[in-house]
Design a binder for this molecule. Structure first.
Ligand SMILES: [Zn+2]
Length: 70
């Protein structure tokens, strides 16, 4: 069971309060998915976050949600 999950609509981590995905969340997600599954999962989360969060530069969202999955 994952502990470091996002609170919505803030997208802060429920466990540690950092921006989600925090470092422990990234480790949990990497452990639970292969790279393709992880990219698809995080792309879906990114789309949800874009709807929830105030306008945020695309590069910032990409680095937060997808860049680390590669
Ligand atoms: Zn966390």
């Amino acid at each position: 069971m994952r502990v470091h999950t996002p609170e919505r609509p803030s997208w802060d981590c429920l466990a540690c309060g950092h921006l989600w995905p925090c470092d422990p969340a990234r480790e949990e997600l990497k452990a639970d998915h292969d790279l393709v599954q992880l990219a698809i999962y995080m792309w879906d989360r990114l789309e949800e976050a874009v709807r929830d969060l105030p306008p945020t530069p695309a590069t910032e969202m990409f680095e937060r949600f997808l860049k680390w999955t590669r």
